[in-house]
Write a protein of this length. Structure first.
Length: 398
């Protein structure tokens, strides 16, 4: 009872604060900042919104206060999300700091590492990128060859990472490196952090067919990673790296349990269908399409509820362990299914890539559909998730 009253009071407080502090232009979909200063900002209000939220710990509300969070429990966090959703507020801060390296540092970082890095993430000061995949190591990540040699108070890193998302905006990289080439492959890896703006780091964008370059290849030539920034034990980086992947996978499918509270980036499929295909008695006019839209909505709802249950069962609102792969697998398929459906609804209006003949909603849908092809590859392919589920969740023999 007392808890319910406290949540009610918190809700009123948050509602009042949001009304006063969320800029009008942040109450609709748009650019979400990921930290640092390298990415061009489309609207200065994004920065204002980020700073105001950071001041109250709302960028990472479920982190402890001493590291820049608001110390919220899962229920309190959901109240914040619900209130943000009520006014359509966009997330003040996203990116790999908040969703990947931050939660990993909370579990594996020393007190000093937490104090150094977490607050800067929470304030949006630093943008992170992920140095995992290499030209010869993707699914078989543990075969990675980027070498780090112990030089006393620092490591010297040489090698290359590929498919590094938006590394050209990155200020720091979390990176898996080989520190013992003689050891069995999983036992000679360490997890290090280093700044990208240093001599020896070269970042080359990889041009895609679309003309965009969200991916980069990074080259390291005698790059310095300080020993202070070794996360976990030397040669035990595989354990830390795997845990980070669970956070990544849970982020890809919004396993934080808050997906249905954030302001959506696109309008609901049912509305789109009524607009493009027509209405009958207030419903989608085409009955076959209506069935498919309803089936997708039910599957999405069931998926979100199953996610929430798993998150609540896992150590008080944390990312679950290997079971995260179940959600990554199904979430990727669901994402593709919903993108396909949007395309089907738009018909020939989904043929546009740019230009005046197409609305920005149509272009977003087409690009989103192409982008969704990557959801079963990023963060580990569907086949790799199936392997993890078989071995680590179901306990089947190797
Ligand atoms: C959108 C996106 C963003 C990414 N961002 C980053 C990033 O920021 N940092 C980073 O380090 N990496 C990033 N990656 C890379 C990603 O982690 C790899 O693409 C992924 O792990 C697969 O590796 P690969 O591309 O080398 O494919 P491969 O490992 O060569 O796999 C090729 C095919 O073989 C299959 N296969 C491989 N091994 C097995 C097996 N044992 N059993 C069954 N099938 C198997 C795979 O499922 C796949 O279909 C990103 C990828 C994408 C798509």
């Amino acid at each position: 009872m007392a808890e319910a009253v406290a949540l009610h009071d918190l809700r009123s407080e948050i509602r009042g604060w949001l009304e006063e502090n969320c800029p009008e232009t942040m109450r609709r979909p748009g650019q979400i900042l990921s930290g640092g200063e390298k990415e061009p900002i489309e609207n200065p209000d994004s920065r204002v919104w980020l700073e105001r939220c950071a001041e109250r710990g709302y960028t990472v509300a479920n982190w402890p206060r001493e590291y820049g969070g608001a110390g919220f429990s899962m229920d309190e966090f959901l109240v914040l999300m619900q209130e943000m959703r009520r006014i359509n507020a966009r997330i003040p801060l996203g990116g790999m700091g908040v969703s990947m390296i931050g939660p990993t540092l909370l579990e594996y970082g020393t007190e000093e590492q937490k104090r150094t890095h977490l607050t800067r993430i929470a304030n949006g000061e630093v943008r992170w990128c992920q140095g995992y995949s290499e030209p010869g190591s993707g699914s078989d990540l543990a075969s990675l060859q980027t070498r780090a040699v112990d030089e006393g108070d620092h490591f010297v890193v040489n090698g290359s990472k590929i498919w590094t998302t938006l590394a050209h905006y990155g200020d720091w990289m979390f990176c898996l490196v080989r520190t013992d080439p003689q050891a069995p492959k999983h036992e000679g890896i360490s997890f290090v952090l280093f700044p990208m703006d240093q001599v020896g780091v070269t970042v080359e964008p990889i041009k895609l067919l679309s003309g965009d370059s969200p991916f980069c290849q990074c080259f390291f030539d005698d790059v310095i990673a300080k020993k202070d920034d070794l996360i976990g034990e030397l040669n035990q980086g595989w354990t830390v790296g795997k845990r980070l992947l669970q956070h990544e996978r849970s982020g890809i499918t919004s396993l934080a349990g808050a997906e249905d509270y954030y302001a959506p980036r696109e309008r609901p499929i049912s509305e789109l269908a009524k607009d493009y295909v027509g209405e009958k008695n207030g419903n989608i006019g085409d009955t076959e399409l209506r069935d498919d839209v309803v089936r997708l909505a039910m599957n999405t709802r069931a998926f979100l509820l199953a996610q929430r249950r798993a998150v609540e069962e896992a150590r008080g609102g944390n990312t679950p362990g290997a079971a995260t792969s179940l959600f990554k697998l199904y979430g990727a398929d669901l994402d593709k299914e919903s993108r396909e459906l949007r395309l089907r609804i738009l018909g020939h209006q989904a043929l546009g890539w740019e230009g005046h003949g197409f609305t920005s909603e149509e272009i977003t849908a087409t690009r989103g559909w192409l982008g969704s092809k990557a959801s079963s590859i990023a963060g580990g392919t569907n086949e790799v998730q199936l392997n993890i589920i078989a071995k680590r969740v179901l306990g089947l023999p190797d």
